[in-house]
Design a protein around this ligand. Structure first.
Ligand code: GAP
Length: 518
């Protein structure tokens, strides 16, 4: 774990140094859990959004996109349940004055027990060598069994208290488990209270509850309230979906782990409207479809898994997370929720406007059910960056070239697809030939021209931002119109004709190739 922590720290500093992510308003020492995307970060983020949008909207005739406002009528959030139920259980440490989420403190104990199990397994694996049967060891070793039973019991009791909204129960667990403030060791806690996660502001200069506006905590409600507008204007028939990418805001109590849990973030959500009673089938279909979307990027199956929700949100009758193995462990990357007719039904009731669909095949009106897929763009960004971040030795290289840091991003997501590099800076024949290639290529893909420093250094700079190809223009180029093309991952260099550059670069980097795998 210590090694993973180290890698994560390096990733955070790499992200800043190479213009992916900066702390927000850093000149004022930053703002907790708010981040800005730099030149390469914004390109990578746009590519992630493009992949999602094309896979969800462009490739599905029965899914259309919208872009709803962040501000919505305050009654929206009453109907959706967010005013009353969008809470986290929190408590303060009276000595350190720091605020924590009760469930996360308890989960910390479970994680420690799991670490202990993993240590036992590691020790035994070393002791027994090739004959080690890990599954059997976990099942039979008395210490592993004891730790696992303890973790399961804590998990079960915590989930029960969460489900029942039992704050006293959570507090008594914190006392019983002797949980201390991780920074100071103090156990001087307040009671556990519910804390609403929505940010609010005031409309114009009108005071009072009526003018209280919320910054949306999910983009989904902009889709629900527009359901009939979209259905009528696009003449879609059920089943059909509405997709949206946009900002969401949550006053997270414990915002940490870089961009994993932010207070301002971006969601990519799709609400799929279906006949009541068909939700199980559609839920299964969207689980499969979304997993295929992740796998197409080359993320190994071992880094992705489904985790059913223990505590269902107020709107769901089934819910699962797609978890990704971040450097700090498996965590939620995406949620797939069967939201029943909760949202449309609640808006119908509070607004007094019908939210029904006339099904021509059944000849009847009903409030559609909804299965949603919801992924955080920033979390997807972190998943891709942490999977791509690699430090490795370069074969046959010496000195500062012997090691490299490379972002092995999927080429379709890479911010820059190709760099054009003249071998030498002060040879006009080389720079003008390279510039000509660059000026032609920039119409097709995002590429860079770089003539500063030795060629090895320029390769490293491109590796560090994940550029899949480097094209080098050398003296042979002037003789036979060929260049070398270097592959970021294999480090192989090949000689190709100038006229073939575009085709070769597009073969790997074009979003189309990725979409065709779906
Ligand atoms: N409309 C359903 C919904 O909002 P959610 O599980 O609360 O469900 C969906 O959020 C996704 O949004 C999560 O899987 C995660 O990727 C992202 N997300 C949620 N809170 C976040 C935060 N504070 N920072 C970054 N991403 C977040």
């Amino acid at each position: 774990m210590a090694q993973q922590d180290e890698i994560f720290k390096k990733l955070v500093s790499h992200s800043k140094e190479y213009g992916f992510i900066y702390p927000s308003s850093e000149v004022y020492d930053g703002l907790a859990a708010v981040y800005d995307y730099g030149p390469y970060g914004s390109l990578l983020k746009n590519n992630i959004k493009e992949y999602w949008w094309k896979a969800m909207v462009q490739l599905n005739e029965n899914i259309v996109g919208i872009d709803a406002a962040i501000f919505m009528h305050p009654k929206t959030w009453k109907a959706s349940g967010h005013v009353d139920a969008f809470n986290d259980p929190m408590l303060d440490n009276k000595d350190s004055k720091k605020r924590f989420r009760a469930d996360q403190l308890i989960e910390g104990v479970i994680e420690k027990l799991q670490d202990k199990i993993n240590k036992e397994v590691e020790k035994a694996a070393k002791r027994f060598g090739d004959s080690f049967d890990e599954k059997m060891f976990r099942k039979t070793n008395p210490r592993c069994v004891e730790y696992a039973a303890k973790a399961a019991d804590i998990d079960h009791r915590m989930n029960l208290h969460m489900k029942n909204g039992d704050m006293v129960g959570l507090k008594s667990m914190i006392d019983e488990l002797e949980i201390a403030d991780p920074d100071t060791g103090s156990r001087n806690w307040t009671e556990v209270r519910q804390f609403n996660l929505m940010f609010h502001t005031q409309l114009g200069n009108i005071a009072g509850e009526e003018s209280k506006l919320y910054l949306r905590p999910e983009t989904a409600q902009g889709i629900f309230v527009n359901f009939l507008n979209v259905q009528k204007s696009t003449r879609q028939k059920i089943p059909f979906g509405i997709a949206q990418i946009g900002k969401a805001f949550r006053n997270e109590i414990v915002a940490r782990q870089f961009i994993f849990r932010m207070r301002e973030f971006e969601q990519m959500e799709m609400q799929f409207f279906i006949r009541p009673g068909t939700q199980q089938d559609w839920y299964a279909k969207w689980k499969e479809t979304r997993m295929a979307w992740h796998l197409a990027l080359g993320t190994p199956q071992s880094k992705l898994r489904f985790k059913d929700h223990d505590n269902l949100a107020h709107y769901a009758d089934a819910a699962v997370d797609v978890q990704f193995e971040f450097p700090f462990g498996f965590r939620e990357l995406e949620g797939i929720h069967s939201r029943t007719d909760f949202d449309l039904g609640a808006h119908q009731e509070l607004s007094g406007k019908k939210m029904q669909y006339f099904d021509p095949e059944l000849g009847e009106n009903y409030v559609p059910f909804v299965v949603e897929t919801s992924i955080g763009c920033d979390r997807m960004f972190l998943a891709m960056m942490s999977h791509a971040f690699t430090e490795e030795d370069v074969p046959d290289a010496k000195g500062e070239d012997a090691k490299r840091t490379v972002l092995k991003l999927h080429p379709a997501l890479a911010p820059v697809k190709c760099a054009v590099l003249p071998l030498l800076k002060n040879k006009e024949e080389l720079t003008s030939a390279a510039m000509k290639i660059f000026n032609d290529l920039r119409y097709v893909v995002n590429c860079q021209y770089d003539e500063k420093d030795a060629i090895g250094r320029r390769y490293r700079r491109q590796d560090a931002i994940g550029t899949p190809y480097c094209i080098t223009v050398d003296f042979q180029t002037l003789e036979d119109n060929t260049v070398t093309i270097r592959d970021r991952d294999t480090l192989q260099q090949e000689r190709i004709k100038i006229e073939d550059i575009e085709r070769i670069v597009l073969q790997k980097t074009d979003m189309r190739r990725l979409l065709e795998k779906l």
